[in-house]
Write a protein that binds this ligand. Structure first.
Ligand code: 5GP
Ligand code: ZN
Length: 106
């Protein structure tokens, strides 16, 4: 947990947030500024700044499993995923997250 990290506060319940899905080590919630009709963020509970800092292979697979589980749960068959890594690629929140973007449920 990093004290000044917004996603740590969300993932650890310090900022009350509705989770669309959770797993042992990940949470999924809606993006505050959606860039598609459905815009979700899959986030590890642990503070990991970028994909370059992710070394735990089990967590790697759990993150992708959460993408599959939450899209299945919401009946979303067609979607894009995106991971921005580093300022130069547009990363603004330095707590690893996978964007899920979709046009519609079902
Ligand atoms: P990045 O550019 O770092 O890949 O994406 C950060 C994303 O986090 C942006 O799409 C932004 O709208 C979203 N975001 C930033 N702050 C908050 C917040 O406090 N709550 C939620 N739900 N999303 C946030
Ligand atoms: Zn964090």
């Amino acid at each position: 947990m990093s004290e000044d990290c917004i996603f740590c506060k969300i993932a650890n319940g310090i900022i009350p947030t509705e989770f669309v899905h959770t797993s042992a080590n990940t949470v999924v919630f809606k993006d505050i500024n959606p860039k598609a009709p459905i815009h979700l963020l899959v986030v590890p509970k642990k503070h990991i700044p970028t994909l370059n800092d992710l070394e735990d292979r089990e967590l790697m697979s759990e993150l992708l499993q959460s993408v599959k589980d939450v899209t299945k749960k919401l009946n979303i068959s067609d979607y894009k995923t995106q991971i921005n890594t580093g300022k130069g690629a547009g990363q603004e929140v330095f707590h690893l997250h996978i964007h899920i973007l979709a046009n519609k449920e079902g």
